[in-house]
Design a protein around this ligand. Sequence first.
Ligand code: C5P
Length: 400
Amino acid sequence: MLANKRILLIIGGGIAAYKSLELIRRLQDQGAEVVPVLTQAGEAFVTPLSVSALAGQAVHRDLFDLTAEAEMGHIQLSRSADLLVVAPATADLMAKMANGHANDLASTLLLATDTPVLLAPAMNVRMWEHPATQRNLATLRADGVACVGPDEGSMACGEFGPGRLAEPEAIVQAILAKLADGPLKGRRILLTSGPTHEPIDPVRYIANRSSGAQGTALARALRDLGAEVVFVTGPASVAPPDGVQTVPVETAQQMADAVAAALPADAAVFAAAVADWRVTSASDRKLKKSKDGLPVMEFAENPDILKTVAHLDKGRPGLVVGFAAETNDVVENATAKRLRKGCDWIVANDVSPATGIMGGRENAVTLISEDGAESWPRMDKDAVARKLADRIAQALAAAG
Ligand code: C5P
């Protein structure tokens, strides 16, 4: 619930601005007060009248609005909010924010505050993928700005790809997560999950049986304790939770790149079942049956993401957690793995088929740290996730 919370909603100019009207409604359903701000470009897409009628209060539009200055002033406006939400956040607004511009009401409010900010970007796919926007995004993330979406799909401009505004419900969930008051509030946690797919040709790939269920449950549990979760997931068979920053990837190399881009973080948890090998030169055409015999495939080793992050000299997260799926001698193998990988904890489990754990609902894990091995009773994956999230919160609190 968002009772007694005041959300300053900055509506940027873009076709997705119409969804901000629905967002206002949903925030009010949660009990929030929505203070609306409309940029000049935003006014081309939604009218001030619709925005203020829905919000139940005047919409702020001008930097030099004398009445507002006399009553409250733009500085006061942004500081009295619990959260600033920019939806849609256009490429232009992001560029202004990243560079500290303050030449209209929206950019001035964003610069004049130390209130947390959540962006819901929406723009054309090429604009989103442009190095300038990605640079600005990295700057904003490093400044502590959170982001929900953009989603991938067909766009109003007729193109397809990432750039669609996150659905209002997902934005509400991200707001709930951002304002959640838990022991992980203010902590940024990086989490990998799911399998990876390593292409053989455009239609075939090498994969494994990981469903991503344990990693996804952990993303939810960390979010519910108030963490800002960056969720880097391979093609899992369960949907990513709302209210986390989902970065979908396919291959191990893409996962490694996404992890590098998401750092720094207070903690990093590597629950993904990363493929150890990739096909050296995946064909860009579908391989055909041939009279000349069977195709010969050469393999190369994938980067070990956990090991790389655990060994970082600069920017190593304060807590690095790996997983170990073993079929025999679980504790011995996982203890050795903790040392080999250089991580702080290993969450080990027995995935031999008889346990029914891989792809199943339950898990039985042993937590291995420098203090030794601690076996937890068999419980469902959500319960394992909650227990692990609690332990992560305790460890970060103890480290200060
Ligand atoms: O070496 P192994 O695959 O058993 O190690 C498992 C742990 O290492 C998991 O936490 C997994 O996410 C991580 N890992 C990784 N990158 C790899 C292989 C494994 O991050 N290439």
